[in-house]
Design a protein around this ligand. Structure first.
Ligand code: CP
Ligand code: NVA
Length: 307
């Protein structure tokens, strides 16, 4: 086992033991940060953060994590780079590898992070593509582990659009020994190949896709939702109508177990996929989850490129 020098393009790049190691490292980083007792394992190292889509959490939490570890983040909007004028992602990666010790990329096609990783000589981290959002899932699983003590055996239900977050969650749950149910309207399931991969990792029974949101929440310890229109997609009124029964609201929470907690990767479209009452209510772990992005990514950077 060893993550040093590796890329992190998909949750499935990790083995189960590596995921647990990352989560333990994240908890220990969180503790050190609170005690003011930080390890400076990125001292003297530079991390380029490239964004082809907007970001609040991913950008600021990566910048914060690099600072906390003693390194220097270089945030780059693709529109300011020659990338925005047609230079290839591979050439960008070849050049940046001469300047920095790691590169994160938020973009559209998964192929783009793969091409960057093939060309770059330093670790490449997927900071969200249309297919996956693996860094988010590290923070999500950390949040669930902190709350329940352990992950194995828990059930998570994702409601709404079967998007990048839903895909990465399926893989994360499978690796962690959790059951995963996606409740989505017809035509909006998570990616079929990703679900097949998750079943191969976690077992056929551990991954379910259902249409009925009430059936999906029964027995779950964690409810999770995300926006109905992801970045880069056109708002589609027909799709939004089909999503309505999947909103996390008081009625759906009443149908879930009393111990259920609510997660959302944010940004939230309050009143669409989640009500104010649910996101601001006592079952919500959403703000802890957002904080945990820093700790999870610090652990990731430490293990991939730290001294
Ligand atoms: N959850 C998340 O990735 O948020 P941002 O789009 O703000 O980075
Ligand atoms: N599914 C959302 C996640 C945002 C963090 C999107 O891709 O826009």
């Amino acid at each position: 086992m060893g993550l040093k020098g590796r890329d992190f393009l998909s949750v499935a790049d990790l083995e189960a033991g590596e995921l647990l190691l990352l989560l333990e490292e994240a908890s220990s980083f969180k503790q050190s940060l609170r005690e003011g007792n930080l390890r400076r394992s990125l001292q003297g190292k530079l991390v380029a953060l490239i964004f082809q889509k907007p970001s609040t959490r991913t950008r600021v939490s990566f910048e914060a994590a690099v600072h906390h570890l003693g390194g220097h983040p270089i945030p780059l909007l693709a529109s300011d780079l020659q990338l925005g004028r047609g230079e290839t992602i591979a050439d960008t990666g070849r050049v940046l590898s001469r300047y920095v010790q790691a590169i994160t990329l938020r973009t559209f096609a998964q192929r783009e992070v793969e091409e960057l990783a093939e060309a770059a000589e330093v670790p490449v981290i997927n900071a969200l593509t249309d297919l996956e959002h693996p860094c988010q899932i590290l923070a999500d699983l950390l949040t669930v582990k902190e709350h329940f003590g352990e992950l194995r055996g828990l059930s998570l239900t994702y409601l709404g659009d079967g998007n990048n977050v839903a895909n990465s969650l399926a893989l994360g749950c499978a690796l962690a020994g959790m059951s995963y149910t996606a409740a989505c309207p017809p035509g909006h399931d998570p990616d079929a190949a990703v679900l097949a991969h998750a079943r191969a990792l976690g077992g056929e029974e551990s991954v379910r896709v259902v249409e009925d949101p009430r059936e999906a929440v029964s027995g779950a310890q964690v409810l999770y939702t995300d926006v109905w229109t992801s970045m880069g997609q056109e708002e589609d009124p027909v799709k939004l109508r089909k999503m309505r029964p999947y909103q996390i609201n008081r009625k759906l929470l009443d149908a879930a177990s009393p111990e259920v907690v609510v997660l959302h990767c944010l940004p939230a479209h309050r009143g669409e996929e989640i009500t104010d009452e649910a996101i601001d209510g006592p079952r919500s772990l959403v703000w802890e989850q957002a904080e945990n992005r820093v700790h999870a990514q610090a652990a990731l950077l430490h293990l991939l490129v730290g001294e």
